[in-house]
Design a protein around this ligand. Structure first.
Ligand code: IK2
Length: 446
């Protein structure tokens, strides 16, 4: 079409009919493939645009507003200046130094020997690892159990396979006392078991969870693992926030439980691990006989990921391998820093009457907005859920960006959870102070 338009500017009369005919050809049958129907809306596209339009203090999307640690920045610069090979294609399934470091690092944690060439796939962020997993493993008509709340891309990704997503929500236990915690949000074993059918192919979990910050306890993971083994299901375990746990909560990999390595695909993200979300380096790790199918999807879509970024992430993991468990490790330093930011945000929210749910992990905190009365006069949002209306109002009228929590639920359960909004606290203290200032002024009616 671009060529025709260029020609048209030079030969207007000749090309007029060409353009008209081109339109006719395009319109004579549906342009859209069916797999794209119903998955056109995207939370991040919408709320990133809102933030670009209104420039609020941004506690919305989950990315740090500070730089990655110096050692990975240096590693990236060194890679970029490291000669021709750093600027050319590398191995399709992962730059050799990176798959080696990931295998070495995670073998120690999972407790089995991970083969760098067979069991690891490097992807364009955790997003693409998830995409490869769903495309490679879910057939038309297969069912995939998704625990709610869930990172929103699971739903369209399952839909695009032709599979069916089946939802089971974590539910908050009713508790009379103190600050609610993400640990109070629990999965009913009976409810989960009742959703398994002969077509159930896989279950998707996310620990620490986005958006509530739940860190699954070993007993909870064991319950899921028992069902996976009993019903011969796969498990896709999204662990992008694995290093971020607080107050003694411990991240456990479901792949490390007996009988689970063989059936689990563990997804990780260098963006979240090293506070460099723009690098878009992620990975999927699992048994080679499963991973080979993810590799088939990868080689036929993306083929390989940016070489220099992979090299830098490899260097980051080499450093962390040596320092693991010591105070110099970034995997100790980042949660220690975020622990303080989490406290700061929680006390700010409590101070203005927004009841937070204290996250055990990750870098998000949800808060209950049901006690807040706001007179929305924005007609454009009148058909939207209360949390969407509130977030848009807060962004446009008060200059504070957040994310509505019902977006992390299926249509069947979203109404039960549309009284929460999500705040991101992986931000400079000055950003958190600016957010606090906005909330305090608002609560005083200023
Ligand atoms: N899985 C989870 C659970 C994620 O949270 C993310 C990134 N989320 O960030 C957006 C937000 O919630 O504000 C991903 C996967 C994707 O990770 P990556 O950036 O490595 O593709």
């Amino acid at each position: 079409m671009g060529i025709i338009r260029n020609l048209a500017s030079h030969f207007p009369a000749v090309c007029k009919s060409l353009i008209r005919n081109h339109h006719k050809i395009v319109m004579s049958r549906p342009v859209q493939a069916r797999r794209t129907a119903g998955v056109d809306k995207n939370l991040w596209v919408e709320f990133t645009q809102l933030a670009a339009d209104y420039k609020p203090v941004n506690l919305g999307q989950g990315f740090p507003d500070f730089s990655p640690p110096q050692f990975v920045q240096d590693a990236f610069c060194k890679a970029v200046c490291g000669g021709p090979s750093m600027h050319q294609y590398t191995r399709a399934f992962g730059h050799p130094p990176l798959v080696k470091s990931l295998a070495k690092f995670f073998s120690r944690i999972v407790g089995c020997e991970i083969d760098p060439l067979e069991d690891v796939l490097v992807t364009v962020g955790a997003y693409q690892a998830l995409f490869c997993a769903f495309q490679a493993l879910v057939d038309e008509g297969d069912e995939v159990i998704i625990i709610e709340p869930f990172f929103d891309c699971y739903q369209p990704m399952v839909k695009m396979t032709g599979g069916k997503a089946v939802y089971v929500p974590l539910r908050p236990k009713v508790k009379g006392s103190s600050i609610p915690s993400s640990g109070d949000w629990v999965l009913s074993a009976e409810e989960l078991a009742s959703k398994i059918t002969a077509r159930t192919k896989a279950i998707v979990i996310n620990t620490p969870n986005n958006p509530i910050g739940k860190v699954y306890k070993t007993e909870e993971l064991q319950m899921i693992a028992d069902l996976c083994i009993k019903h011969n299901m796969l498990c896709i375990s999204d662990e992008v926030y694995e290093w971020l746990t607080y107050d003694g909560a411990k991240h456990v990999k479901i792949a490390s439980l007996p009988g689970m390595w063989e059936r689990t695909i563990t997804v990780g993200s260098a963006g979240k691990t090293f506070s460099a979300t723009g690098w878009k380096v992620g990975w999927a790790i699992g048994s080679g006989n499963i991973m080979k199918h993810l590799k088939t999807i990868h080689q036929n879509t993306v083929y390989h990921c940016a070489t220099a970024a992979q090299e830098a992430v490899a260097q980051g993991f080499e450093r962390e391998y040596e320092l693991f468990g010591t105070p110099e490790s970034y995997f100790q330093q980042l949660p220690a820093m975020l622990h303080l930011k989490r406290k700061k945000l929680a006390s700010c929210l409590e101070g203005v009457g927004l009841q937070p749910v204290m996250p055990e992990g990750g870098y998000f905190m949800i808060a209950d907005i049901s006690s807040v009365k706001v007179d929305f006069n924005d007609e454009s949002t009148k058909d939207e859920p209360p949390d969407f209306r509130f977030v848009k109002w807060l962004t446009k009228e008060k200059g504070l960006g957040t994310i509505p929590v019902s977006a992390f639920y299926s249509p069947e359960h979203s109404k039960e959870f549309d009284k929460y909004i999500r705040f991101c606290f992986v931000k400079e203290d000055s950003t958190l102070d600016a957010a606090e200032d906005i909330l305090r002024k608002w609560s005083k009616g200023e």
